[in-house]
Design a protein around this ligand. Sequence first.
Ligand code: MLT
Length: 264
Amino acid sequence: MKHHINGAELYITEKGQGAPVILLHGFPLDHRMWQAQVDALSQHYRVITPDLRGMGQSDVPAANISMEQYADDILTMMDKMGIQKAALGGFSMGGYVAFALLRKAPERFTALLFANTRPEADGPEGRKNRMNMSAALYDKGAGAARDAMLPKLLTEQTAKDQPGLVENLSAVMASMPAEGLVHASLAMAFRADSVDLLGAISVPTLVIAGEQDPIAPPDVMKKMADAIRGASFHAIPSASHLAPMEKPEAFNALLLEFLKGATA
Ligand code: MLT
């Protein structure tokens, strides 16, 4: 349902009862990427999956936006939903928002999942790519992000075996508001580096990579996990970037086992 948050209508889905678990989606996606996790986790937890401002069914920002503003939306959402503390999971861009949340209000998060994400800021080349992506989004609409991202999200094998998944993803990405994606691209381009934050994390943390992820490669994610005290690291075999959708059984098994220990 829609919630009025920081001057905008944001679309937020929630399912289940118990300790709250907030899952933040990636680019250019929305809460629907978490469907398999919502189905599995909601038998034990209150699972909350917002559409970040400018994506999915949430209002597009009127002016440019930063990771810190996406994070403010999540904190206001928690206040409005009566959630003082939650387990927090971020996939890729959702992980960048999770880092911003840890900078702002670490005391509100009891456990962390970082999926297919990385703590480093973009370098000059990465920023340039985001500028080009923003221009392409203006010219051609959301299809520009879909065309750039689709080949990187799934392994070739999965794309061959699951044409329905490819079609579904393609439709989700093409349905995003192009302007919201421009804002997201620029927010990612100028996001802060979060490497220094890793040593300060003091809650149970799960880091999940895809063995064949070209965007957040497993060696980068392993290094990130090594910098977080007590974090556990797993690379899912035969998975690319979109591991939660590509290998939902393996992903959910890791997440459920982790949450059982972390929220006990
Ligand atoms: C995502 O999946 O959210 C994006 O690939 C993140 C990025 O482009 O850095």
